[in-house]
Design a protein around this ligand. Sequence first.
Ligand SMILES: Cc1cc2nc3c(=O)[nH]c(=O)nc-3n(C[C@H](O)[C@H](O)[C@H](O)COP(=O)(O)OP(=O)(O)OC[C@H]3O[C@@H](n4cnc5c(N)ncnc54)[C@H](O)[C@@H]3O)c2cc1C
Length: 409
Amino acid sequence: MQDRSYDVMIAGGGFVGRTLALALAKLAPQGFRVALVDAEPPDNGISDARASALSAATKKLLSVLGLWKQLAAEAQPILAIEITDSPLNAGLRPHLLGFDDEMREGEPGAYMIENSDLRRALATAVAEHPAIEIYAPESLADFNSDAFRVVARLASGDRIEAPLLVAADGKRSRLRERAGIKCVGWSYPQLGIVTTVAHSKPHEGRAVQHFLPAGPFAILPLKGNRSSIVWTEGKECGAAIMAKDETGFLAELSTRFGHRLGEISLAGPRQAFPLDFQVARSFVTDRLVLVGDAAHVVHPLAGQGLNIGMRDVAALAETIVEATRLGLDIGAPIQLERYQRWRRFDSAFSATIMDGLNRLFANDSAPLRALRDLGLGLVDRAPVLKRFLVREAAGATGNVPRLLRGESL
Ligand SMILES: Cc1cc2nc3c(=O)[nH]c(=O)nc-3n(C[C@H](O)[C@H](O)[C@H](O)COP(=O)(O)OP(=O)(O)OC[C@H]3O[C@@H](n4cnc5c(N)ncnc54)[C@H](O)[C@@H]3O)c2cc1C
C-alpha cells in the first residue's frame, strides 16, 4: 500500500478527464501534480466506431494544449449544413434549413474527428507529461474529504490524496453516486447507431441532418470520400437493424442515406449506444467537482456532448490555475461555486435544447410538422439569426473561458 499526494486527482481517463489533466499539467504553475485514475488500460485500443463533431472553440482549446497539430491532418472541416425532414420515399429531399454562406465566413464552425484519432493523440500527450501520474487500469473505489483534502482509495488498495477530486467518470459516475448527488434525467426510447460509410462521390464538407419520425439520421463528412453516420432509431427497431447481417444492415442504411453521394459501402464497424438525458442537480460538493458526462448527458443529435464537456474543462482549468497562482485553496467552496456558476446553467440549457429538438422532430404529428417546418423556413430566411446559430454551435457565445477563445492561462 502506498500513500501519495497530488494537487488534483481526476477519476476517469475519457476525453474529458485526459484533456483536463493535460490542461492543468501544462498551464498550472510549475510543480503542480495531477493523478489520473482510469478504469481502462492507457493504450486500451477500445473499438469506437464514432467520430465527433468538435466545435471551433474545442479546436482552440486543443490548439493551446499543442494537440491540434497532430489532429489537423485527420480533421474534416464542416463547410455546410443541411437540415431536412422530408419523407424517405420523396424523390427529392428539399432542405428546410441550410447553412452555406454563413459557414464559409471566417474559420469553419466545426470539424469531424474520428474518436480513435483523438483518443490516440490524448493518450500519447498525457503519457509523455511528467506532471501527470497515470493509474490505469485502476478504479477509484471510495473517497472521504475533510477540511483540507480528499483521500481516495483505489481498487488496488493504494491511497492517494489532494485538495480536490474531479469526477470525469462518465454518465454512470460512481463518484457522483457516492457523493449523493442526484440527477434530473431519463432514458430515451431510442438507440444511437453509428458506423462509417465510403461513397463514390465527394461530400464537399457538407453535413446532413435528416429528421425522421424515429429520430435524426446524420451524415457527417470525414476525410476522403467517407462519412460518419449517427442514426437514431426506436429501441426495438434499432436492435433489429443491428442484428441484421452486413447486406441487410447496408440495405436499411441505404434507404435512409439516399443517392446523392453515389454508391455506398460500409467502411467501419457498427455500434449502438443507449441515449439519455441527464443533468446533475449539483456540479460540486465537498472538494469534489463533476465534469463531462458525469455532470451532463445530452442527446447526440447536434454533436454537442463532448463540446459541452470541453467547456467544463476550460472553465475548471481557468478556476484552478488562477486560484493556484494566488496561493488559494482550490478545493474551497468559493472556488467550486465559481465553477458551478459558470457551467451548470449553460449545460442544463444546452441539454434542454437538444431534448426539445428531439421531441419536436421525432414524431409524425401533422400539425407539429407544419409548425416546425414553418419555423425552420422562417429561420432559413433570417441571415442574422443563422449567423448567431453558427456562432452558438461553434461555442463562441456566452461567457467563454479563455482556453476556448484560444488564449493561454
Ligand atoms: C452516438 C453518440 C455520438 C456522439 N457524437 C458526439 C459528437 O459528434 N460531438 C460531441 O461533442 N459529442 C458527441 N457525443 C458525446 C460524447 O461522446 C461524450 O459526451 C463524451 O465522450 C464524454 O466523455 P467523458 O470523458 O465525460 O466520459 P467517458 O468517455 O464515458 O469516460 C469516462 C471514463 O471514466 C472511466 N471510469 C469510470 N468509472 C471509473 C472509476 N470509478 N475510476 C476510474 N475511472 C473510471 C471509464 O473507464 C472511462 O474511461 C456522442 C455520444 C454518442 C452516444
